[in-house]
Design a protein around this ligand. Structure first.
Ligand code: NDP
Ligand code: BG6
Length: 483
């Protein structure tokens, strides 16, 4: 089932920041896996670009090591690795300088797809776009892939959109949110729009509330300098959780087409109500379990940055009137577990006694790990003793449902292949990013103006105590965070 691989057109993909962490961990190993799967036509080439003075062979050695470290052993095929490395080149370029651009231009081929992946610090995005255009390396058919973060507020996102728009059309710009490349995230659309079962119930009349949880066990060690200027709101909510919320809340698009899908997501973002102060809980992990605290990891003893956030969000449109969406995400929590839980309302009239043991129906979509779906339904408890009800899961694991889960491309692999195919459905449009910042900015400005400090929480816990209260006071409870 999964092995239906359709090769993409021949391409030249230039990876600016080809020697960096993201390229080493995700982009290059992912490209190797697509090569191994036969999705890449052998004539395609990948060209690393960074300031370091490296030969092709030295860069290939780095790629060889990245594959050895980040591709599962079972997928490390010596002949395929050598074949893949034969497609790799390197050019030394300073994004802010003049050297190297002529060499890059000379390397590019005519009549193949040209893509440029900006896997460098965001401060360099504008410089690279400008030089690609000035040196006529990019043409009207070229694509650029822009990494996150896309701005740190509305003003900077607008400025970045403007800089890129000077040199590229919107149809050439692929803004990455790697959550959109995750198999299960795309499955949200399949579940909603390829089944008649759920959509009739997908509205305020039948849904009590929605919980979106992205819990991580990792801390910010190693990237504290970046994270401390960002925090969970900018790093996770403005992009990844926002995208999940959109896929749950959007109206059915008229077609699975880039602008049709993105138009509907944009409407959701624009319909988000401003969030009240009492509907926001921020946390920061303390020390414990032999691990250092957030302030040590971020090397900022006075840091007020949140490594956890929970929010109650409301959407002002007909479909979602009065249905709260509870969002939470944090680092150093009890388990790595991301899920969306949709809790349905009570049947309109209860025919069973209060003592019968009734519980709500809950549809849980597990994003990672153990991807799958779980629908909690009520049945009669077997045996004599009257009509007692019990809640049981209709459980579906995606790994069981497909032949070889190992072959499912990871988010980056899929997204890069979409770039080559020219399909922008799973990439954020400029207006979408700006709308997300327009909603986010006042929230952050609010706590900055008040000088709020995040509440400390224990590492390995479910987050700060106040986050529990956020739901308790509405008579609801968070689901347990567990793998
Ligand atoms: P790194 O710091 O690890 O790598 C930066 C890369 O850019 C290096 O290859 C570096 O090589 C190159 N570089 C730096 N300055 C220049 C310059 N002036 N001209 C040309 N190349 C330059 O960063 P990451 O790989 O971690 O991040 C890259 C991008 O991906 C960032 O936008 C980041 O926010 C984003 N990202 C990263 C994630 C991750 O897990 N790492 C996750 C999500 C997004 P050299 O010094 O030789 O020039
Ligand atoms: C990144 C964030 O975008 O997503 C990280 O910058 C976070 O802070 C990561 O850890 C989570 O991604 P995933 O795929 O591991 O859920």
């Amino acid at each position: 089932m999964v092995s239906r691989v359709i090769p993409v057109d021949v391409f030249d993909l230039v990876i600016f920041g080809g020697t960096g962490d993201l390229a080493r961990r995700k982009i290059l190993p992912g490209l190797y896996r697509r090569f191994l799967a036969g999705q890449m036509v052998p004539e395609s080439r990948m060209i690393g670009a960074a300031r370091a003075d490296l030969t092709d062979e030295a860069f290939r050695q780095q790629v060889r090591e990245a594959i050895a470290e980040f591709v599962p052993k079972a997928r490390q095929d010596d002949a395929a690795i050598e074949g893949f490395l034969g497609r790799i080149h390197y050019v030394s370029i300073d994004a802010t300088g003049t050297g190297g651009w002529a060499a890059l231009k000379a390397l590019m081929r005519e009549n193949v797809v040209r893509a440029f992946y900006f896997s460098v610090a965001p401060s360099l995005f504008g410089d690279i776009a400008q030089r690609l255009s000035e040196h006529q390396i990019a043409d009207a058919w070229s694509r650029i892939v822009v990494e996150k973060p896309f701005g740190r507020d509305l003003a900077s996102a607008k400025a970045l959109n403007e800089v890129l728009a000077k040199h590229f059309n919107e149809t050439q710009i692929y803004r990455i949110d790697h959550y959109l490349g995750k198999e299960t995230v795309q499955n949200l659309m399949a579940v909603r729009f390829a089944n008649i079962l759920f959509e009739p119930l997908w509205k305020a009349e039948y849904i009590d509330h929605v919980q979106i949880t992205v819990a991580e066990t990792v801390g910010v060690d190693g990237r504290g300098a970046y994270y401390d200027k960002s925090g969970a709101m900018r790093d996770m909510v403005q992009n990844h959780l926002m995208q999940l919320l959109c896929l749950i809340a959007m109206e059915p698009p008229y077609h699975f087409d880039p602008d049709a899908v993105r138009d509907e997501k944009l409407k959701v973002i624009r319909a988000l109500k401003p969030v009240k102060t009492e509907d926001i809980v921020r946390g920061q992990y303390g020390a414990g379990r032999g691990e250092k605290s957030y302030v040590v990891h971020s090397e900022n003893p006075a840091s007020k940055t949140e490594s956890y956030i929970a929010l109650k969000v409301q959407i002002s449109n007909w479909r979602w009137q009065g249905v709260p969406f509870y969002l939470r995400t944090g680092k150093r929590l009890r388990a790595r577990a991301s899920e969306i839980a949709i809790t349905f309302k009570q049947p309109p009239h209860a025919i069973f006694d209060d003592a019968s043991g009734w519980h709500e129906n809950v549809l849980v979509i597990r994003l990672q790990p153990n991807e799958g779906m779980n629908l909690m339904v009520m049945i009669k408890e077997p045996g004599p003793g009257g009509m007692r009800l019990m809640q049981v899961p209709l459980d579906m694991s995606f790994a069981d449902a497909i032949d070889d889960a190992e072959d499912v491309p990871d988010a980056y692999e899929r997204l890069i292949m979409d770039v080559i195919r020219g399909n922008q459905t799973l990439f954020m449009r400029g207006d979408e990013v700006e709308a997300a910042w327009a909603w986010t900015d006042p929230i952050i400005e609010g706590w900055e103006a008040r000088g709020d400090r995040p509440q400390t929480y224990d590492p390995g816990s479910s987050g700060p105590e106040d986050a529990l209260m956020l739901m308790h006071r509405d008579g609801r409870r968070w689901r347990e965070i567990r793998e």
